[in-house]
Design a protein around this ligand. Structure first.
Ligand code: BGC
Length: 766
């Protein structure tokens, strides 16, 4: 494919660099030269207004009805459309371009295909929990295929915003707290969705978001500001964006937050110096919804025209969902406040991606011939259920399995309780694209199918997701997402307790509604809502064995419930096939293999809490407690569940680490190996994780950093040697002068199946 990064680094999966180098100035490939010539000659034919038209990205909706869009298309005033998702609707607009507009520059069509289009896969946080690039590749390919078959050319995904803030609602859309894992997952998604070429019939172009640092908004408060050191930014937050762009992503969506006082949308350093000059990105930058206008609220623009001037000069090519560029750019150019070269530059980027989408060869490339549109866009045979079930099972993390309560037997009486047990909408998660709730399998449905007639299932809802009417209203603001049971909380609980009393074991589906883990859904209290906590208390009081099936889109504080439950499965929002997949795990038809991509705190008061923190001068040692050390006096320092953690129905043992040499020099590499053995009785998979630590450096370095992982599938008794290749980049960091350096000395290699329990070995770099 024509990479937006001609010098895309192809790095081995076991260990790859998450560094940020200025790329060498690339020589354009032959196809790029052809593209540049084509675009240059097209630009020569375009009027200023037509060029500005290309910069407008509109959402079809009440503000811009189809009749208005038709007029805009006719006059060349629109470059791309989003939120239209059927071939027939899209075809009408592309026909208008080809029949009515002067230059017949095709539109491109985009949508938020974040974790599936028609078939909904687990939310991205769940995808990260698979730690399996093959699974994520399958999600990317299926999503791209379904999106392309709906006529789409671009997706606003993947989101690679690293976040240490579970209070932030958009944790659900990203790949967790770690730079390396997020980089690998983002890269995998870009490569899978774009395929060999984003122009292909079954591929779409990606637009990586939200550039940049959106996951670090202060206090997890949505749309807030970010103030961060350069080291932190370059070491931990920027690599996933750069990696996704190096993988060839054609687009970048710019974030809504400010960075060290300058909103990303106004940030020339970010969008031009870094993105264009250092990273040589040639695709498009798109502002997020209404972001240009918001420059006034940020206090950096005096009026709309000023906001437009600042945004285009900073490097925003397309303005999303507002009329600002078309309204103000012509006047700004006339006045000389914006140059025609700046307009040409932005328009060139838009035309570049249209060229790479193959639209100038065939404006209907993703639409096919007239008459080929699906009769029923929601037809069952357009779904990919098998793939969804497989990936969802892999995303589930077994957090607790007291006395091997799991897997359950398909016998006796099982009570299924909880407001999420039979919610088709919630199991899909937020940003569920064109997914249809009625097509998703709930936990109750999945369990019913799994047990058939061999066990009795009893069901009670038990509570509403929340009894807080303000939160209910918030969740139902834009769609009737939460149905409120009018029975009193006591009536609901009584019914659940009665059901529990009749059962041998209770399975409770509890957590958040999908709308609680979404854009604009920050929380200060990350516990399971009170109504459900009270339900758990009541059911627990029956003394029945209790398995919690958590559905949620962020790390939660489940400290209290952890003490109550015998078994806990973290299932995220697992998608169209979620109910089948969770049942597969509950009954042992599949062995859980997911690992946490985020740290689970004991309390919201511990936040931010993440595994790769810096050491302190006064570390707390719980074996020798000392008052004047770094800790809270009312809670343990450690998380409830650490990053990388997850159990299995079998056991895995790791041999000590062996190194290919006690020393590593210059650009040579070092191999670190462990033998992993399935020492239990079932086939299963675990994730072998490599962490590195630089104990003495010119800057404090994190206590450990993930630098490699491999998911390993083993039969009972089977062993496999897992080898990681460590190179100089893996040891390097941004020093005080912002130079990418490796400092000679001792390094620690830690290998384990989570971030805490590791085998350690040291070597010297010289
Ligand atoms: C979100 C983006 C999304 C866009 C288009 C915005 O509100 O922040 O992530 O891609 O809407 O739907």
């Amino acid at each position: 494919m024509k990479s937006m990064f001609p010098y895309a680094l192809i790095l081995p999966l076991t260990l790859f660099s998450t560094t940020l180098f200025a790329e060498p100035i690339p020589h354009p490939s032959q196809s790029e030269q052809q593209r540049d010539q084509f675009v240059t000659s097209l630009l020569k034919k375009m009027t200023l207004d037509e060029k500005i038209g290309q910069l407008r990205l509109i959402s079809v909706g009440p503000d811009t009805p189809k009749s208005v869009i038709k007029q805009m298309i006719e006059k060349g005033q629109v470059g791309a459309i989003f939120n239209t998702v059927t071939r027939s609707d899209i075809r009408v607009m592309q026909d208008q371009v080809m029949q009515l507009s002067r230059l017949k520059i095709p539109l491109f069509f985009a949508y938020d295909v974040v974790h599936g289009q028609r078939t909904i896969f687990p939310i991205p946080l769940g995808l990260a929990a698979t730690w399996d690039t093959q699974a994520v590749t399958s999600v990317g390919r299926v999503s791209a295929l379904e999106a392309a078959q709906d006529g789409l050319n671009m997706t606003w995904a993947p989101m690679v915003d690293v976040s240490h803030e579970p209070r932030w609602g958009r944790n659900s859309e990203g790949f967790g707290e770690d730079t390396y894992l997020t980089s690998i997952m983002g890269k995998t998604m870009v490569e899978a969705m774009q395929g060999k070429d984003p122009a292909d019939r079954n591929s779409v172009m990606t637009s990586v978001k939200h550039f940049a640092l959106y996951g670090a908004v202060e206090g997890g408060r949505e749309y807030n500001s970010v103030d961060m050191s350069s080291q932190q930014m370059f070491q931990h937050y920027l690599p996933p964006y750069q990696t996704a762009l190096q993988a060839g992503s054609g687009g970048v969506m710019v974030s809504l937050n400010s960075i060290n006082g300058v909103p990303a949308t106004a940030n020339h350093w970010l969008l031009t110096d870094l993105l264009r000059h250092q990273w040589h990105f040639k695709g498009i930058t798109v502002s997020d919804h209404g972001a240009i206008k918001e420059l006034i609220n940020h206090g950096v623009a005096s009026d709309p025209a000023d906001a437009v001037r600042i945004a285009i000069k900073a490097g925003i090519d397309m303005s999303m969902s507002d009329q600002y560029y078309s309204q103000y750019l012509p006047g700004l150019v006339k006045k000389g406040a914006v140059t025609s070269a700046e307009i040409d530059n932005a328009a060139r980027h838009v035309l570049n991606v249209k060229y790479d989408m193959g639209l100038f060869r065939d404006a209907y490339s993703h639409l096919g011939p007239v008459g080929s549109d699906p009769k029923d866009t929601n037809a069952e045979d357009r779904l990919h259920r098998q793939e969804a079930r497989q990936v969802a099972a892999q995303s589930i993390v077994l957090l607790k399995n007291w006395h091997h309560i799991l897997p359950l037997q398909k016998q006796g009486t099982i009570a299924v309780i909880g407001p999420l047990a039979d919610s088709q909408r919630d199991i899909m998660g937020s940003w569920s694209a064109a997914g249809v709730a009625q097509q998703s399998i709930t936990l109750l449905q999945g369990m019913r199918e799994a047990v058939g007639s061999s066990a009795t299932l009893l069901y009670a809802k038990g509570s509403n997701i929340t009894d807080n009417s303000k939160v209910q209203a918030f969740l139902n603001l834009y769609e009737p997402a939460v149905t409120v049971d009018q029975r009193s909380p006591q009536q609901l609980r009584d019914e659940a307790v009665a059901v529990a009393k009749k059962a041998d074991v209770v399975v409770m589906a509890v957590g958040e509604s999908q709308g609680m883990a979404h854009e604009a859904s920050s929380r200060t209290d990350i516990r399971i809502p009170k109504a459900q906590r009270e339900l758990i208390d009541a059911v627990k009081a029956t003394g029945k064995p209790l398995v919690l099936v958590l559905m949620n889109g962020r790390a939660l504080d489940i400290t209290q419930q952890d003490g109550q439950a015998d078994g806990i499965l973290e299932t995220w929002f697992s998608g169209t096939e979620g109910g089948h997949a969770i049942s597969d795990i509950l009954f042992g038809d599949q062995n859980p293999s997911g690992k946490l991509p985020v740290t689970f705190p004991r309390s919201v008061g511990q936040l931010p809490l993440y595994y790769n923190h810096l050491p302190t001068g006064r570390p707390y040692d719980f074996t020798h407690p000392n008052k004047y050390t770094s800790h809270y006096f009312d809670i343990n320092n450690s998380p409830l569940y650490p990053f990388g953690y997850g159990l299995s129905y079998t056991d895995f043992t790791l041999s000590p680490v062996t190194l290919s040499s006690p020393t590593m020099t210059g650009h040579h590499t070092l191999a670190a190996s462990v033998m992993v053995t399935n020492s239990g009785k079932r086939a299963g998979a675990t994730v072998v994780q490599l962490y590195l630590h630089d104990p003495v450096a010119s800057l404090s370095r994190p206590v450990k950093e993930l630098k490699g992982f491999q998911k390993v599938w083993l039969q009972p008794g089977q062993s496999k040697t897992v080898t990681f290749t460590i190179d100089k980049n893996a040891l390097s960091f941004w020093n005080q002068e912002m130079k990418w350096v490796v400092e000679p000395g001792q390094f620690e290699v830690m290998i384990g199946t989570d971030s805490v329990h590791t085998q350690i070995k040291s070597f010297t770099y010289q």
